[in-house]
Design a protein around this ligand. Sequence first.
Ligand code: GAP
Length: 439
Amino acid sequence: MLPNDETLFDKVVNLSKRRGFVFQSAEIYGGFRSTYDYGPLGVLLLRNVKEQWWRSMVQLRHDVVGLDASILSPPAVWQASGHLANFSDPMVDCRECGARHRQDKLDDPNACPSCGKSGSLTEAREFNLMFKTHAGPMVESAAEVYLRPETAQGMFVNFANVLNTSRKKPPFGIAQIGKSFRNEITPGNFVFRTREFEQMEMEFFVPPEDSDEWYRYWCGARMDWYLDLGMPEDRLRLREHDADELSHYSTGTSDVEFAFPWGWDELEGIANRTDFDLKRHAESSGTKLEYHDPASGERYVPHVIEPAAGATRTAMAFLMAAYDEEEVNDDVRTVLRLDHRLAPYKVAVLPLSKKPELIEPSNEVLGLLQPHWMCDYDQTQAIGRRYRRQDEIGTPYCVTIDFDTLEDRAVTVRDRDSMTQERVPIDGLVDHMAGRLPA
Ligand code: GAP
């Protein structure tokens, strides 16, 4: 049973706060709008999303290497990339209520969505989304620097460094996960659009004549990644941009979109960026950014296929896709049906009671499991309520230590989805779980 779309959003936001996935940043000071902190469960979910991306994009491939470039960078980078001139959104203000909006997101471009007043909006003006700060001790003399609005440019700027040190040749990619910052005019929808967020981007450098083939390949590969991690097929789609939506440097872009409660919206963009970025940085820096094939003597500037995903946005989409409610014994059970690889905790260890004779074997079981998987431990409240608490945060297995354990050295393993239980000897528990959980 799925709650209807309007309630799903509220339920997931509520669960996120209540169970420690996501907190409003600086909440005790009234909250800092549009920034969020990831709590004990959120940090695990986010790490798992990023780890799965890294595994599929880097670990399981021979043609992609990693990078961790700096967040602060000089204006020259953003001048060359075009961000200083073009990375802006059209902003309008309401003369009636003072609200500020992104013009391209308004349903009715003549009316203010905050107060409803018609004809109250100003002319649109372009607002650059980059955050600027100063490097050095004195603001007046210090150099202006920017917080990166995307991780991508760090990979273009390091193209020659990576090429010269990694012994890779096109087709090859550079992958990076990290924070990006955008001074969004209208952040919102919880962590969907924030001013500080995490991206997972890969720049794949290819011979120009192969770029279309690689573009199609990455569109397919990226869709498969979401589906393999449990995104339902009917809530995911690949939408190819029309010609009038394309950036001036792109010959093809497709968005992976998820059916959010407010409608289809973007999780990731896959773009054929041609040779635009490398050429711009080569011109601006005076450094050759090309590939020289020693066998054929050929020199060329590779074209780039870029799958660019949002880690924080994707983690939220996985939460929404996993949220489920079902009726069990006249009660509603909330369960996060997260893929085991994404679940924050893989196993919860639950002594049936707080009696000291059960704590010792419980600690033994925890000690056996912890080296392999992230485990939770909970010894308070009735066991039924503790099962429900684990269901609600997506823990695939609960291991219960009861008074029979003292006799038979066996424990009860309960499955989150089917709620079935089986008795497993402690000595075989790690092998038993290893057959069911990711390594
Ligand atoms: N290098 C290309 C690039 O950055 P983008 O479509 O602007 O492309 C890629 O960003 C992804 O980053 C988006 O699909 C989205 O998932 C995520 N993203 C972008 N802006 C965001 C924001 N303000 N808050 C959260 N995620 C964002």
